[in-house]
Design a protein around this ligand. Sequence first.
Ligand code: PLP
Length: 284
Amino acid sequence: RTVYLNGDYLPETEARVSIFDRGFVMGDGVYEVTSVLDGKILEFEGHLARLTRSLNELGMENPLSRQEWLDIHHKLVALNDIREGLIYLQVTRGNPGDRDFAYPPKDTPQTVVLFTQNKPGLADNPQARTGLRVVSVPDLRWGRRDIKTVQLLYPSMAKMEAKARGVDDAWLTEDGFVTEGTSNNTYIVKDGKIITRQLSTDILHGITRASLLRYAAEAQMQIEERPFTIAEAQEADEAFLTSASAFVLPVVEIDGAQLGKGTPGPVAARLREIYLEESRKRAL
Ligand code: PLP
């Protein structure tokens, strides 16, 4: 695999980063995951805008221009011959030369890494036909979940808790309400209405979420942005989640309670179809 590191395209075995890099010792970095379908980049503008926002929130500059980012994405897709897959992008505050809680001087070069993951079958995911099972886990993450930082230990622990309990993923809860999934935004459907938590610092502002809600509104579907509880979700007609790598995936069981007939519902299926069609049209 060929990866990108600070301006160079290298075999992955030759891409090396300092042990003093703040991404490594402090979790001081941000990332994006963008999907590739038919060899084209989905939602590029959305991911770039959120990257810039994450960087700004942490007092970092965006090191590259829109065109430079897009060129790197295209070059990695070509070099690695990706038809369906993911592009992972990470920017850290770089190597200050020593470990210190204070940020290093502004002119310290950031570390920029991108790599691809080949995922044939990303669009034709069998989980779209079977649905996912989830359990609720307390949301013990930090208070700025709107910043897409590489500090992923708690969601990783929650995912392991879900696996240990024999299901696919965890839905995180705080003050009695669902915030989001370990790596996705969460939704329920009741009487045809799509309900999803409103944006705040409590959740990541999903790029898939933003586009999906726009497409759903254009398709005259009803949307309500508010928090919901696990009990309400268990009583819903349908549930689903969204992310750049999952697109839209139905959820058929929450904390052991089956939703409806325990099979994926029509609203989630329709939204997955709409999302794939519309995002493919806009792919770069
Ligand atoms: N919420 C969390 C915590 C995430 O980690 C992710 C994606 O990784 C999402 C939501 C979904 O965001 P997006 O649709 O931009 O992939």
